[in-house]
Design a protein around this ligand. Structure first.
Ligand SMILES: NC(=O)c1ccc[n+]([C@@H]2O[C@H](COP(=O)([O-])OP(=O)(O)OC[C@H]3O[C@@H](n4cnc5c(N)ncnc54)[C@H](O)[C@@H]3O)[C@@H](O)[C@H]2O)c1
Length: 370
């Protein structure tokens, strides 16, 4: 018998820049020209059926004019497309067009596109570089930054995926102008979540400036774009692979993700997260991690934003309780929740552990009360 040791200690530098600004297509192409992804000359631009007309076609035109070898890969818009099937279809289309390892993927769109395209980039040819060009507020606030990529399955959202960091993220605030109001509001749920978990001043800012944000005031939009990135960066940088601190970004997502699936995606991601935030603050108040007034303040900010704060009547609440067990935080068959401590902080249940076991009866009581 013999045994060999395979020494594979790695020093990896996955650092990247996030550029926040307006109309950043030219900037992205000039970065590519200046070596953002080395000498790569072949690009797969992945987008959805709505963003194609707004940005995808334009990016391809400009790139072709500049002499790049590039093709557009388009899938039907919406969460229902974030599946293994769509991933396979795009991969097959890329293979058919002769894409090999010497290519780079550009994800242009919201969180569905950046999650899906980032996952494709992680497995295509065992991994090719990718760039995120975020066109929704939700992608800017959360999805395009941090390196989590995934697809949904019939059982639950985001169960299959990998950590994969982009080469650069472009947050185009000008793109928010064409977003339907409902999408803008949905995007703000993750922003409220960031304030709740990390920064009481930012929470106050949102509370005092929600009208300006909703009317797309330039300063307000820039401020929330920067604050979202800062808060997410501070958490992700300390815990890239979600072994501890990064769990805090799951705030509101235990019920949020479950209700998103049980609603059969009638609720947008941010809408589902908003209802999940209500469950979370109610639980937190019940366990005396926050006062009833603080709990009410969070719910009232969500309402002011225009987000839903009640479980719609068409949702089967028993099915929702059952669905909670598909959450990735479940351990030894026990539900676990991340909970807010006051406003702007998170309960650290044990040193380095930010989720805590919650009995099903308690979770059920809260769900029945919303
Ligand atoms: N990876 C992460 O860390 C992370 C974090 C939070 C959310 N997410 C994921 O993000 C997804 C939700 O993101 P989303 O809300 O951006 O969804 P989305 O990508 O489906 O975009 C929402 C809608 O807006 C349209 N759209 C995009 N840009 C537009 C523009 N500029 N003008 C007009 N319409 C535009 C899209 O076609 C779509 O219809 C979910 O799948 C969620 O799981 C991921």
């Amino acid at each position: 018998m013999s045994e060999f040791r395979v020494e594979l200690k790695k020093i990896v530098d996955d650092s990247y820049n996030i550029e926040i600004g307006y109309d950043l297509i030219d900037k992205m192409l000039s970065d590519i020209g200046n070596g953002l992804v080395g000498k790569i000359h072949r690009f797969a631009v992945i987008t959805d059926s709505i963003v194609k007309n707004l940005y995808g076609d334009r990016i391809i035109d400009i790139m072709k004019n500049k002499g790049y070898d590039c093709e557009l890969f388009v899938f039907e818009e919406g969460e229902k497309s974030k599946t293994r099937k769509t991933k396979e279809e795009i991969e097959d289309a890329m293979l058919e067009k002769g894409y090999r390892r010497d290519c780079c993927i550009i994800a242009v769109g919201g969180g569905v596109v950046t999650d899906l395209a980032g996952f494709i980039a992680g497995t295509y040819g065992r991994g090719v570089p990718f760039i995120n060009y975020a066109t929704t507020l939700l992608a800017a606030a959360d999805a395009s930054v941090g390196g989590k990529t995934a697809v949904d399955t019939p059982l639950a959202t985001n169960l299959i995926g990998l950590f994969n960091q982009p080469k650069k993220v472009y947050i185009d605030i000008a793109a928010w102008e064409t977003l339907p109001k409902r999408q803008v509001i949905s995007g703000l749920a993750e922003t409220v979540k960031h304030a709740c978990l990390a920064d009481r001043d930012f929470f106050d800012y949102l509370d005092n400036n929600m009208d300006a944000i909703l009317t797309m005031d330039k300063n307000a939009c820039e401020h929330i774009a920067k604050e979202n990135c800062r808060i997410k960066y501070e958490v992700v940088m300390k815990d890239e692979l979600e072994s501890g601190l990064r769990e805090v970004l799951n705030l509101g997502h235990t019920v949020g993700r479950a209700i998103e699936t049980v609603s059969d995606y009638k609720l947008l991601h941010g809408e589902a997260v908003s209802i999940g935030m209500v469950a979370q603050v109610k639980l937190s108040a019940k366990l005396q991690y926050m006062t009833v007034e603080e709990c009410e303040r969070v719910i009232s900010l969500l309402r002011k934003t225009g987000l839903p704060t009640e479980i719609p009547s068409y949702i089967d609440r028993d099915a929702l309780v059952k669905k909670l067990y598909t959450d990735k935080k479940v351990r030894d068959g026990k539900l676990r929740f991340v909970l807010q401590k006051g406003i702007g902080n998170i309960v650290e249940y044990e040193p380095g552990v930010f989720s805590q076991p919650i009995k099903e009866e308690l979770a059920r009581d809260i769900i029945m009360s919303i």
